[in-house]
Design a protein around this ligand. Structure first.
Ligand SMILES: Nc1nc2c(c(=O)[nH]1)N[C@H]1C(S)=C(S)[C@@H](COP(=O)(O)OP(=O)(O)OC[C@H]3O[C@@H](n4cnc5c(=O)[nH]c(N)nc54)[C@H](O)[C@@H]3O)O[C@H]1N2
Ligand SMILES: Nc1nc2c(c(=O)[nH]1)N[C@H]1C(S)=C(S)[C@@H](COP(=O)(O)OP(=O)(O)OC[C@H]3O[C@@H](n4cnc5c(=O)[nH]c(N)nc54)[C@H](O)[C@@H]3O)O[C@H]1N2
Ligand code: SF4
Ligand SMILES: [Mo]
Length: 684
């Protein structure tokens, strides 16, 4: 630090790293080398100067007393969380020796495990991907969040593309479907409220009466996993009422005749019985959706975390094609915008898959890590997993069937390295924990899945303690393993500044302002032009079967014997003051969430003698979750809401909600079925 830096106050332009569709542009105030405040950039259109509660307290997290600031070696049993400091040299030498020895036998026995602790293109799968490709480690299928919906969008539109979020402010009808934006995408909610002030009608489709649902004009509280049936019945009514935009479907939709036949099989009464709602509600909603223009749908990922999640998203995504809602910029649908960045991001350069050469390592699905860590070597699976390198993720808390995940991580013959800010449930199982920098301390570049701006993150402060960026750690490991390719010498700054294609992103503006909007038409599909082979959206066609409603794995219809023992459906959506399992250890935020809890409707609570505030046991064949009951009409009858992914060690009796969820995959994309889960709740 120079003397001037030590005494002056300045602002550094940054980006929020979290797994959130809003990807805010940040301004970090630095005083005397210390970050003292984080604000939203008032000039960045999606951010508009506002941040969520979590990130406005980002300095509390970065300067947290429990930050891991030196490499640590485990001294107690796995999971006990007892460590002692070691030097970087010793840590890196040990890791290089252990990974090198395994790789000499078969590098596929090494598994990198990462998700979206940071969404940065450099500290996410930048240098790490280069390293693991060069090593020839197993590949990880990063399915834990969005892959059912992502595959559904790709099947329907050709890519994960949709409306510009800004134009929702001009919509006249907004269906907020499987999404709780007051919690998970607060900047979208600001736009929805603007639309409401201008006279738009807001409808929320969600089993839970969320904060968002109670502020909408209408709340449709369907049963979890029944959205496909609802979408088909809406189509039935749109067709029956002669509201189809025939010109649009004929020109821009493949498989329309087949879809029309399928929709005819779904009169509102049939769907109403499946969804647990009134047929009249479906009729009214279909009429409103077909006749209000522009009409927009904001899907989020909540609805796709069930067996039939992929089919449901495909069906919902076809609705704006039927009515021609895409013709206007404030009509259509937004689930993800990340496909708009597909060619703007220089992924091949950032990640260097070519370093695999002719090798084709197996791919491990991150959702089934519980089973896969316990799997022996076999012809199908390949070698047993001998080493795990975890970064940007907390699988012991967030992956389904977590008692099994913890058992896998507890294997004594597994060598585990975790790059982290904190001693999470996962880090507690590591042989070595390496201290990682936070977003305030490193360079990065960001795309977004909720808007269409590229962003740059400049470091505001020097790394705390001995922390190093993920990229710096993998660069050092590459050097220890003797990798001499020039890409391992690229600095974090060079990677951040090189992350986007200059032909598609205005790099001068990106450097100057910290963000730059992609050039995309206002109403990109007004005249078709979807990124499919022939520009048409697809209901079905060669290699693509027509979607139908797919019942949950665990429901009275598909598993009556199970439903007799576990009669309540459980969903486990995000807690407002946490971000997945991030922030659970930030005192001020945990104080707002208080304790892990499950919402249960009075009609389900009464026969079980459950009162608000009581500690309850939520159980099924996979395990037991202890938490507090909240008797509340936020839950609908028959469905309980287990809110938030708590750290197990900060929960009650070392459990969290994923003790109950299972590892079965969605119909498309190999995603998790977190919200497809039957349980029983008992008073203690
Ligand atoms: N504060 C906060 N913000 C977050 C997160 C967080 O943990 N906390 N997580 C971030 C991440 S990783 C993601 S992926 C995004 C998106 O996160 P999502 O998982 O999409 O979360 P929500 O927007 O809360 O929407 C989920 C809503 O879907 C509802 N739901 C559950 N099952 C069904 C169903 O079968 N059908 C329908 N129609 N609705 C259903 C839930 O009740 C919930 O209100 O949010 C991000 N933002
Ligand atoms: N039951 C249930 N389970 C769920 C969900 C649910 O709704 N219900 N949601 C699912 C969803 S949508 C998702 S996306 C997953 C999320 O799963 P994860 O991506 O694992 O998310 P987090 O729990 O936030 O853990 C991220 C970790 O990365 C660390 N981290 C952040 N930045 C950095 C960095 O720069 N370097 C390093 N080395 N570490 C960093 C953080 O400290 C944090 O511990 O969870 C899933 N699990
Ligand atoms: S978590 Fe989301 S809303 Fe909060 S600052 Fe980050 S991008 Fe913005
Ligand atoms: Mo997610």
């Amino acid at each position: 630090m120079t003397p001037t830096e030590a005494t002056t106050r300045h602002i550094v332009q940054a980006a929020c790293p979290h797994d959130c569709p809003d990807t805010c542009a940040l301004r970090v105030t630095v005083e005397g080398g210390r970050a003292v405040a984080v604000h939203g950039d008032p000039d960045h259109p999606p951010t508009r100067g506002a941040l969520c509660t979590k990130v406005s307290r980002y300095t509390e997290r970065s300067y947290h007393r429990d930050r891991v600031l030196t490499p640590l070696r485990r001294v107690g049993p796995k999971g006990a969380g007892r460590f002692e400091p070691v030097g970087w040299d010793e840590a890196l030498a040990e890791i290089a020796a252990r990974l090198g020895a395994i790789a000499a036998r078969d590098p596929q026995a090494i598994l990198p495990y990462s998700y979206a602790g940071t969404m940065g293109l450099v500290q996410g799968d930048g240098m790490a991907a280069r390293f693991f490709h060069r090593l020839g480690a197993s590949l990880l299928d990063r399915t834990i969040c969005a892959s059912a919906g992502g595959h559904a969008l790709a099947a329907t539109y050709g890519a994960k593309v949709g409306m510009h979020v800004e134009w929702f402010a001009e919509s006249r009808l907004i269906l907020i479907w499987g999404s709780n934006p007051i919690t998970s995408s607060v900047h979208f909610w600001t736009l929805a409220q603007e639309a409401k002030r201008r006279g738009a009608r807001l409808v929320c489709i969600d089993p839970r009466r969320t904060e968002t649902a109670e502020r909408c004009h209408q709340h449709v509280a369907l049963l979890p996993g029944t959205d496909g049936a609802l979408a088909l019945a809406l189509m039935h009514e749109i067709i029956a009422g002669d509201h189809v935009d025939r010109d649009y479907v004929e020109r821009h939709l493949e498989g329309w005749p087949e879809l029309r036949e399928r929709a005819r099989q779904w009169p509102p009464e049939r769907a109403a019985a499946v969804c647990g709602i009134e047929a009249a509600v479906i009729r009214e909603l279909a009429l409103a959706y077909a006749t209000t223009k522009p009409a927009a749908i904001r899907l989020n990922y909540g609805m796709q975390r069930v067996h039939g999640g992929g089919s449901a998203v495909r069906l919902v995504a076809l609705l704006p094609c039927l009515t021609g809602a895409w013709r206007e910029r404030a009509g259509g649908l937004l689930l993800s915008a990340s496909g708009w960045f597909r060619s703007a991001r220089r992924d091949a350069w950032l990640q260097r898959p070519d370093l695999l050469g002719a090798r084709r390592p197996r791919t491990v699905n991150m959702v089934t890590i519980g089973d896969d860590l316990l799997r022996p070597a076999s012809a199908d699976f390949g070698p047993r997993i001998e080493a795990l390198v975890v970064y940007n993720s907390n699988p012991v808390a967030v992956a389904p069937d977590s008692a099994r995940v913890a058992r896998g991580f507890a294997r004594d013959d597994l060598y585990t390295v975790v790059l982290e800010h904190f001693l999470t449930d996962t880090a507690d199982h590591a042989d070595l924990v390496l201290p990682a920098t936070t977003q305030l301390e490193h360079w990065d570049a960001h795309s977004s899945y909720g808007h269409t701006y590229a962003l740059l993150n400049r470091p505001a402060i020097a790394p705390l303690g001995q922390a190093r960026s993920n990229a710096e750690i993998f660069r050092a490991l590459a050097a220890r393993l003797g990798y001499t390719e020039a890409c391992f010498a690229d600095s974090d700054e060079a990677m951040a500044l090189g992350a986007f294609d200059p032909a598609q992103v205005d790099l001068a503006e990106l450097r100057e302002r910290g963000w730059s909007k992609l050039r995309i038409a206002d109403a990109p599909f007004a005249a078709g032009g979807f990124p499919t082979a022939d520009g048409r959206a697809r209901a079905c066609g060669p290699g693509l079967a027509l979607p139908d409603h797919v019942p949950n794995y665990e429901s009275a219809i598909s598993a009556p014997e199970l439903a007799a023992r576990y009669p309540l459906a459980m969903i486990s959506p995000p807690a407002r003051n946490f971000l997945n399992s991030t922030f659970v250890n930030v005192d001020s935020l945990r104080a707002i969430e208080r304790e892990p809890r499950i919402e249960i409707h009075p009609v389900d609570a009464a026969p079980r003698a459950i009162a608000s505030g009581a500690t309850v046991v939520v159980r099924n064949d996979r395990g037991v979750y202890r938490c507090k009951a909240e008797v509340s009409e936020r839950a609908r009858p028959g469905v309980v809401n287990g809110l938030g992914v708590w750290w197990r060690k900060l929960g009650i009796a070392g459990t969290n909600v994923n003790q109950l969820t299972h590892q079965r995959l969605t119909d498309l994309g190999g995603g998790p079925s977190f919200y497809d889960c039957l349980v029983e709740v008992e008073a203690l």
